[in-house]
Design a protein around this ligand. Structure first.
Ligand code: MN3
Length: 212
């Protein structure tokens, strides 16, 4: 996946995550907000042929070495494209009843004190992120799991920009555009609803890929 970047289709229907995430929020979020990140990223790279071959992962990981002319716009819009593309796949209808793999479950126990403690720490990261940003479950370079959060559209692939570095395996968008139509100011209720639509099969796949 490299330039020109395109808006991915959802792997489920627009209303498939209801009641946790409503159809109207999903439609506006993907076709307006995510589309704007894709459009602005492509526009920024028009004049940067040497960057056009890079994957979106590489653009995020190399954010600090990008030319000053495009660094900020790629950080905001490339981050936005990576984050949202991942987010859609990390969700699934609650009826799918997925569960963490044996390996991921063991790592959550060993590194984060178990599933309940992990959810508590993740919810605290989501609630504590002032303004707009993301909460993350990541695999650090030493292979251990950690919970973190980032402002705006930063993500943990961005060395020295995000407040922790690693490979995100689960993320939650806590921008108001992600929940305000349905939850208004009740971000903690949105986080609670989120757990019912986490795609643990995908999170487990990302864990296996990141952990080796
Ligand atoms: Mn968003």
């Amino acid at each position: 996946m490299a330039y020109p970047f395109t808006l991915p289709e959802l792997p489920y229907a627009d209303d498939a995550l209801e009641p946790a995430i409503d159809r109207q929020t999903m439609v506006i979020h993907r076709t307006k907000h995510h589309q704007a990140y894709v459009t602005n990223l492509n526009k920024a790279l028009e004049s940067q042929p040497e960057l056009q071959a890079l994957s979106i992962d590489d653009l995020c990981a190399r954010i600090n070495s990008l030319p000053d002319a495009v660094k900020t716009v790629v950080r905001n819009n490339g981050g936005g494209h990576w984050n949202h593309s991942a987010f859609w796949t990390m969700l699934a209808p609650s009826a799918s009843k997925s569960a963490p793999s044996t390996n991921l479950g063991a790592a959550i126990n060993a590194d984060l004190g178990g599933m309940d403690e992990m959810k508590k720490a993740f919810a605290a990261a989501a609630a504590g992120r002032f303004g707009s940003g993301w909460a993350w479950l990541i695999v650090k370079s030493d292979g251990r799991l950690a919970i973190t959060s980032t402002p705006n559209q930063d993500n943990p692939l961005m060395v020295g920009v995000a407040d922790a570095t690693g490979t995100p395996i689960l993320g939650l968008d806590v921008w108001e555009h992600a929940y305000y139509l349905h939850y208004q100011n009740r971000r903690p209720d949105y986080v609670t609803g989120f757990w019912s639509v986490v795609n643990w099969d995908e999170v487990s796949r990302r864990y296996a890929q990141a952990h080796g």
